[in-house]
Design a protein around this ligand. Structure first.
Ligand SMILES: C[S@@+](CC[C@H](N)C(=O)[O-])C[C@H]1O[C@@H](n2cnc3c(N)ncnc32)[C@H](O)[C@@H]1O
Length: 324
């Protein structure tokens, strides 16, 4: 049974390609600035996106950082105009790489948001296990989500996104509540470090797009930062993940995508979501632990009892003291 909001979705769901306040689902096949200009002031409750990272992915041309930031600033300014006074913007970014040196994009984008009067509520670290293996720096295994609000009166629903307590059986041991359970039975605040698998080759949601969000990541933001029936926008929609998370939770979803192939893919995935056939990783599933699961590949074949230590033994230079 889908948790769709019955009032909102009693009508037959259709995917429109132009924005109108009466629609529920919009995939605009074109530039996000064009789409944003059709959205009235203060209409959107949540804007969540992972913009192009300017690292030369197939769908982007690598721009000089200044020009990239100017383009981002234009989109962000339009987003702020269309954002409700109680609304939130979540901008999910990684690093810009300049001849091997990294520039964390959140650090250079922060002044754009604060300059427009937004207030940062969290810098969420999204940690995942899979990605490129670097040989001249430590492999990158996190990206960040910058969460800003337009005012101090913002929507924040913690209960729907609580996670299981570490020690649910813990009790107060002294004071007037001694003997009673001390933790919230609904679970705990998920904190600002989110461990959620990224969409790489074996992930159930993987498509041909090189950098999809997992649906569960956006569901957490939709549930906590919006109410049913609210509008959620993703200006850089890719494969439609944000709209999928929004409609799954009874919100309205709108996004723009310039690459026709991805816009088509987004429509297909949203249609599958409407029909209940889209396969996704559930929000409450614990991260797979190969050791706990008894996966035989976790035993090092070169030396069973010491595992990776064998590498050090075979390469004595790793153990040398640094020269002073
Ligand atoms: C990092 S990807 C987003 C992927 C998305 N989060 C998902 O889950 O599929 C950025 C997307 O923005 C699209 N894009 C780039 N510039 C755009 C623009 N000006 N307007 C709309 N889409 C754009 C790219 O084609 C790409 O698919």
């Amino acid at each position: 049974m889908k948790p769709y909001n019955q009032v909102l979705f009693d009508q037959k769901l259709k995917i429109s390609d132009e924005f109108a306040p009466s629609e529920c689902i919009v995939v605009y096949p074109g530039d996000c600035l064009e789409l944003l200009r059709t959205i009235p002031d203060q209409m959107l409750q949540l804007i969540v996106t992972s913009p192009p990272y300017n690292i030369g992915k197939e769908y982007e041309k690598k721009l000089h950082l200044d020009l990239y930031l100017r383009e981002q600033a234009q989109v962000i300014a339009e987003c702020v105009r269309a954002l409700s006074p109680r609304g939130s913007i979540c901008w999910q970014v990684g690093n810009y790489v300049d001849r091997g040196a990294i520039i964390p994009l959140d650090t250079v984008l922060y002044p754009v948001f604060s300059g427009l009067g937004l207030r940062m509520r969290n810098r969420i670290v999204w940690h995942f296990e899979h990605g490129l293996h670097c040989s001249r720096r430590f492999s990158g295994r996190y990206e960040t989500i910058m969460w800003f609000t337009k005012s101090d009166e913002y929507v924040f629903n913690l209960d729907p996104v609580r996670v299981p307590q570490k020690y649910p059986g813990k009790k107060y041991f002294k004071g007037p509540k001694a003997g009673q359970y001390s933790c919230n039975p609904l679970g705990k605040n998920p904190g600002d470090l989110w461990v959620i698998p990224n969409v790489k080759s074996n992930h159930v949601e993987k498509t041909e797009h090189p950098c999809q969000f997992p649906v569960e990541l956006i569901e957490r933001l939709v549930l906590s930062l919006t109410n049913e029936g609210d509008w959620v926008l993703d200006p850089f929609l890719g494969t439609g993940t944000t709209v999928i998370a929004a409609i799954r939770r009874g919100r309205r979803g709108v996004g723009a995508e310039t690459v026709a192939r991805y816009a088509h893919l987004a429509r297909q995935r949203i249609q599958q979501e409407i029909e209940g056939t889209l396969r996704t990783r559930p929000m409450d599933r614990p991260v797979y632990d190969p050791v706990e699961a008894g996966n035989s590949l976790t035993a090092a074949p070169w030396k069973k009892e010491t595992g990776q230590i064998a590498l050090l033994e075979r390469s004595p230079e790793y153990g040398k003291k640094p020269e002073r």
